[in-house]
Write a protein of this length. Structure first.
Lengths: 378, 272, 269
């Protein structure tokens, strides 16, 4: 734990209605960082944020702010501010009064309020909108008012709860850039919650991947992508082929019935491991005995590349390649040692990584159907 | 749908039973027994300015008490669990299903000089209070009869306030008192306005509550109108004039109230 | 602590709201003479017996029910048709018709009452209406109409306009498609309106008082009783009325809950 941690969560446990939402969570966030909590819905990321904001009290564990314990400090006394999922602008106040709200509560002089509001609205490009009714603004504009309102309070930490979720794709990209710019300019610590991995990778200094109430991995976006800690992270961040493998010795592993050189070391002899290979790291070559070979079963054009599904001894691999391969073609797969990522076995092993069904949406539908059936039985 | 014509029967009905009667009121207000135009009736209304002032004063007091008593209750109900909310609101509405004459009558039993409350006071050795046939009893009766009309619209708007807006105010540094004053109350303004109108209009124009609980000494506008049409003072010309003035008065009051509600969204909870 | 205070506050208000009702019910069983209403002297059902041998009262009850049924049906039919018509009007005429139509709801009841009295008495020569049960029915239809229209209107607005067109596209005549498609959509609003009209009519005193002449409805009869200060019979009557309403509400709530449960189960499938 460094001295410069501004927020520290220690052994946090939370349950709602007997269901554990956070399990013994530890997290330390440095001053000035852009941290993203990333995970699927229900993973506990929003709860973590609400604990920092003071809206949820942990059942066990401590929250520290600048080294001081703030477990019992109510939200209105904390030096953190929140951007809410649906903005939560005050409908009875106009843009100016919304942004001024926090400062007026803190009894700042009207002169100072005016100056700060003007400055904040300029920062979010809403200078001409001071007297507008907030209900007449578009989603993106409301979003920016919410940002101005939170920043006008001069927080040490800004909490953002899926703030871009309601915006359309184009606006979302613009706001990502905007937010990053604001964070750099103000130097405020941002804690950002999202389920969108691309958003997380492109904006953050540090990404915290969460699932079922536990932190799966903390690292820079590059680390998270290149060295996923387990099969869950590998699958959640980007596309991956995840295979069962054996670490024969340092720098030598075997999977899919062949031996491969790799760059990992420090495993036990013949330890069972998960092997991750990103689809864009696989090169297509002539089918011959020195390479993995398989038959193309499906090709989809994705714009920048083709997504090719290859059946190699009943395991369906995904390859992303700029070269077209016809269905039924026999091809070889070339994998470089540095593109082979070795992970220890975990509870997630065996659940991800095979592209037998390559429609995520369909998988979701199947999952929902199963869930409904289960509920029916109850 | 080419169905505009379907509203024709209703428009005819509206003309006969709403517009014509109101014109009749206006016509009678400005004519004498011979049917000639006169301002005499309107001028005569001036003699009863004390009755008007008393009615407005009592109606305003009853409205204020209803608001002060009803707001906390509506707030508490809107904050309880969803399952409890429907039961509690049902409990608020249930007395309204009982004829208000009967309920007001029951208060006579309670407030009388020999009534239950006085018997109880006497039994525990306290002096008896004279309550019935006072102005206080009339206001009390108004509050009792119209309190649910205040609570329902208040509850409807309070219930709709998004929890995250309250959290946003806390997040920006407002303590519970400030959250209440700067967010909850302003956001419930439409409900306050419609509650005030729904209590003030019937309270200011009532004639039964004053008769039953106020004795003969607290004459209100409603009693005055009643006397001109079905009472001893039979004079529909004066009665119409008083009604006309009452209507205009209430229209002005409502106009003023709606000024407070800039968005014009006072429909919050008119319908149960 | 806060919870305790709010519980106590709620209790006080509910005592205030229910005290007179409890008193009424309790004293309906009081075995005392008419003199003192506030003294308990034993349990008895004599006031109930007396109530049911009171021809005047039973007559008033009959009048009230006839008026309520006829007024509710007429207001519901007229109001539903009107709502459909108004809904297809342009903005300004619509606004005008709605605000004039709402006058009986916005105006003080006493003003509506005397305006109709003037119509029936001084317009009688043209209308051939005498004060009596018929004039009360006309008056009740008038003040029930805006409530019916206001409960049907939102359902019409919510309804997807292309439903009506789709039905015709599939081969229905306009009238046929109304009953097949539009009517089921707005039925909940129509029912709400009808129930409201019925209860408002049963409960109305002020307007009946001015328009009934010598005919008595139940509230008018109650009013005349309270003036004479004969009493425990009224208590018995109130208890019966309250009991009926309570049972009705419980039944409605119970069946609503059951149908909701069934619906939820069906939706889970």
């Amino acid at each position: 734990m460094g001295d410069n941690s501004i927020i520290r969560l220690e052994n946090i446990t939370v349950s709602f209605d007997g269901e554990q939402v956070l399990k013994n969570l530890n997290l330390s966030i440095r001053d000035g960082e852009f941290v993203t909590l990333l995970g699927p819905s229900g993973c506990g990321k929003t709860t973590t944020l609400r604990i920092i904001g003071g809206f949820v009290k942990p059942d066990a564990g401590d929250v520290f702010f600048n080294g001081k314990k703030i477990n019992d400090l109510p939200p209105h006394k904390r030096e953190v501010n929140t951007i809410f999922q649906k903005y939560a602008l005050f409908p009875h106040l106009n843009v100016y009064d919304n942004v001024a709200f926090g400062m007026r509560v803190h009894k700042k002089s009207e002169k100072q309020v005016k100056e700060t509001v003007r400055e904040m609205l300029a920062m979010v490009n809403l200078s001409g909108f001071a007297n507008r009714n907030v209900n007449s603004l578009s989603g993106g504009q409301q979003q920016r008012v919410a940002i101005a309102r939170a920043l006008a309070n001069d927080p040490k930490v800004l909490l953002l709860d899926e703030p871009l979720g309601a915006l359309d794709l184009k606006l979302r990209k613009d706001m990502q850039v905007e937010l990053k710019k604001i964070q750099k300019a103000t130097g405020i610590t941002f804690i950002f919650v999202t389920h969108d991995q691309e958003e997380a990778l492109s904006m953050s200094d540090t990404v915290v991947v969460m699932d079922s109430g536990e932190i799966q991995q903390i690292g820079t976006p590059e680390d998270i992508y290149n060295e996923p800690a387990n099969a869950f992270v590998a699958d959640f961040i980007g596309e991956s082929n995840i295979l069962d493998g054996v670490m024969l010795e340092d720098y030598l592993c075997s999977f899919a019935g062949k031996k491969f050189r790799c760059v990992d070391a420090g495993f036990q002899k013949n330890e069972n491991v998960d092997v991750v290979i990103r689809p864009e790291d696989i090169d297509v070559v002539e089918a011959d005995s020195t390479h993995l070979t398989g038959v193309v079963t499906n090709v989809t054009f994705k714009g920048v590349h083709f997504e090719i599904i290859v059946d190699v001894e009943d395991f369906k691999w995904m390859i992303q390649s700029t070269d077209y391969q016809p269905v039924g073609a026999k091809i070889g797969l070339l994998i470089q040692p540095e593109d082979i990522h070795i992970m220890k076995k975990s509870v997630y092993s065996g659940t991800f990584g095979d592209y037998s069904t390559f429609s995520d949406e369909m998988e979701e539908d199947v999952a929902k159907e199963e869930e409904a059936e289960r509920e029916d039985e109850v | 749908m080419k169905s505009k014509a379907l509203s024709a029967p209703y428009i005819v009905w509206m003309c006969i039973f709403i517009i014509v009667p109101l014109f009749l009121v206006a016509y009678f207000a400005f004519t004498d027994k011979t049917g000639a135009f006169t301002l005499e009736n309107i001028i005569q209304v001036g003699q009863y300015s004390d009755v008007f002032l008393r009615s407005i004063w009592m109606g305003a007091l009853a409205t204020l008490f209803s608001l002060v008593l009803g707001y906390p209750l509506a707030y508490i109900i809107s904050r309880s669990s969803l399952r409890h909310q429907s039961v509690l609101i049902m409990l608020v509405m249930l007395p309204m299903w009982m004829n208000f004459l009967l309920r007001t009558y029951a208060w006579m039993t309670l407030l009388e000089d020999n009534g239950m409350i006085n018997n109880f006071l006497a039994a525990i050795g306290l002096p008896r209070l004279h309550m019935i046939n006072t102005a206080g009893a009339v206001v009390f009766g108004m509050v009792y009869d119209y309190l649910p009309f205040m609570i329902l619209p208040l509850y409807t708007v309070l219930m709709k306030i998004d929890r995250s807006v309250i959290e946003a105010a806390q997040d920006l540094g407002a303590n519970s008192r400030k959250v209440f004053l700067k967010v909850t109350v302003p956001m419930s303004m439409p409900g306050i306005i419609s509650g005030i109108t729904m209590v003030f209009v019937p309270a200011v124009s009532t004639f039964i509550i004053s008769k039953m609980l106020g004795g003969g000494s607290n004459l209100l506008i409603g009693d005055l109108i009643d006397m001109q049409f079905l009472g001893n003072a039979y004079n529909p010309y004066l009665g119409s004039a008083i009604s006309l003035v009452l209507m205009v008065l209430i229209l002005i009051c409502m106009g003023i109230m709606n000024q407070f509600d800039e968005d014009g969204s006072a429909e919050g909870g008119m319908m149960p | 602590m806060k919870k305790v205070i709010s519980r106590i506050y709620m209790a006080i208000i509910f005592v205030f709201l229910y005290a007179p009702i409890v008193i009424l019910v309790l004293f309906s069983f009081n075995d005392s003479d008419t003199k003192s209403r506030a003294v308990w002297s034993g349990f008895s059902l004599r006031w109930y017996q007396k109530l049911f041998s009171n021809g005047e009262l039973l007559n008033a009850l009959r009048n009230t029910l006839i008026i309520a049924v006829v007024a509710a049906i007429a207001a519901t039919v007229l109001g539903t048709v009107a709502a459909i018509g108004i809904n297809s009007m342009k903005k300004w005429p619509k606004r005008f018709v709605m605000s004039v139509g709402n006058l009986p709801m916005v105006n003080p009841e006493i003003v509506t009452g005397i305006s109709l009295l003037l119509l029936f008495v001084f317009g009688a020569r043209l209308l051939h209406v005498e004060l009596g049960i018929f004039s009360v029915i006309l008056a009740h239809i008038t003040f029930c109409l805006p409530y019916v229209i206001l409960s049907v209107m939102p359902k019409l607005r919510q309804m997807d306009n292309s439903l009506f067109e789709a039905a015709q596209d599939l081969g229905c005549t306009p009238i046929h498609s109304f009953f097949k498609v539009v009517f089921p959509e707005i039925l909940p609003g129509i029912i709400t309106g009808a129930v409201m009209a019925f209860t408002l009519s049963i409960d109305d005193f002020v307007i009946s008082y001015f328009t009934s002449g010598t005919t008595q409805t139940l509230p008018v009869y109650i009013y005349s009783m309270t003036r004479k200060r004969v009493s425990p019979e009224i208590n018995a009557l109130s208890t019966l009325l309250f009991g009926t309403i309570l049972v009705l509400l419980l039944v409605i709530n119970f069946s609503k809950k059951r149908s909701n449960d069934v619906k939820e189960k069906e939706e889970a499938r």
